[in-house]
Design a protein around this ligand. Structure first.
Ligand code: ATP
Ligand code: LTN
Length: 329
């Protein structure tokens, strides 16, 4: 018999416009390490509604994201793939955790501060977003949470909440660890290398979309903001070139020295052209597989129903433990 593999859980919001930052910061890592862990990957639709969503678009984006998970290489045989709202324990444990979270902990979350500044009306769910994320993670006794660098603070909060709960009510939750890869953990915008590549920024030339037209993407890469220097080196004080090189490094999986030697004496045009080639080589097959998977929505729905059933079997047991601990059962 094989040993028990460590458990991982992660999720992405079905808010459309997935970009290469989402892929390199999270999805690709999930796929590469699929065999080392006992995997739960979720489509976090309850998180998506913390900002206003069009209902028909949200439904569409959930299917799209499921198709992308598969197209990027997640295998439903080796990973449990499911939609958060299909497993009611997420909302249920989320509520219990809300009732255990000091308000000050939520008020200081940087993602809340950034996102609330962009909203005309800030919904209570946006403030409570991190307690629901904590529920996602704790329900599965996840030991590791593979995410991009921007999620570090939320995982810290999850750990603090779990420790506080265990202290007050007895051992209930496993304390999770963030799993953040060092290369391309924070991909920056092509138009502004000082701001994170973001789904919510839909300006032309900002992102490298996973499902976008590859000719347009090539143009956006060729126009990416760099600086007036010429040397191609991993130098963080030149964020434009550093960002392009980091994306190139993660896509080609080559060591930094080899990449610097390869581009020695070349101009930024060459770097951009070769980066566009590498992006195309990665995205073309993903886009082709995506079209195949989304061709059959009934099969997609069947896989998601199967995933939800497997997820619920684990999640409900943890929810029951937590309910009992606080006196609800
Ligand atoms: P937005 O990009 O609009 O802020 P988000 O951060 O809410 O969206 P999610 O879909 O919730 O995006 O994130 C999915 C995963 O992608 C998370 O693990 C997150 O850390 C990662 N991620 C998001 N943006 C980047 C980026 N620019 N570079 C690296 N990883 C990223
Ligand atoms: N907050 C994350 C998405 C997310 C998540 C999770 C990630 C929701 N629940 C659980 C890891 C584990 C984001 O905005 N990227």
């Amino acid at each position: 018999m094989s040993e028990r593999r460590p458990r991982v859980l992660s999720g992405i919001q079905p808010s459309g416009n997935l970009h290469i930052g989402n892929y390199l910061g999270s999805l690709q890592n999930w796929v590469l390490e699929q065999d080392r862990y006992d995997n739960f990957f979720c489509i976090v639709d309850l998180h998506a509604i913390t900002v206003p969503q069009d209902p028909a678009e949200l439904r569409q984006h959930v299917r799209e994201l499921a198709g992308l998970y598969l197209a990027c290489g997640l295998d439903p045989q080796r990973s449990t793939i499911f939609v958060q709202s299909h497993v009611s324990a997420h909302a249920e444990l989320g509520w219990v955790l809300n009732c255990q979270t000091p308000l000050g902990w939520l008020n200081r979350m940087t993602q809340f501060k950034d996102k609330s500044a962009k909203q005309e009306t800030v919904l209570a769910g946006l403030l409570n977003y991190p307690t629901l994320m904590a529920a996602d993670i704790l329900l599965y006794d996840a030991e590791f949470v593979p995410v991009g660098d921007d999620q570090r603070q939320h995982i810290e909060l999850t750990r603090d909440l779990a420790e506080r709960f265990n202290y007050l009510y007895g051992e209930t939750f496993v304390i999770p660890e963030p799993m953040i890869r060092t290369v391309a953990a924070r991909v920056m915008g092509l138009d502004d290398p000082t701001s994170k590549m973001s789904k919510s920024n839909t300006a032309a030339g900002h992102a490298i979309p996973l499902l976008g037209d590859l000719k347009k993407t090539r143009k956006a890469i060729m126009r990416a903001v760099t600086d007036s220097g010429t040397e191609i080196a991993f130098d963080e004080s030149r964020p434009g070139v550093y960002n392009l090189l980091s994306i190139y490094q993660k896509l080609t999986d080559k060591p930094r020295e080899e990449i610097e030697a390869h581009f020695a004496g070349q101009g930024y045009g060459t770097l951009k052209r070769e980066l566009a080639d590498a992006v195309e080589a990665t995205l073309e097959p993903i886009q082709a597989r995506y079209r195949e998977f989304t061709n059959d929505p009934a099969e997609l729905d069947r896989l998601l129903a199967q995933g939800a059933e497997r997820a619920a079997a684990v999640a409900n047991a943890t929810r029951d433990r937590a309910y009992t601990a606080v006196g609800l059962r």
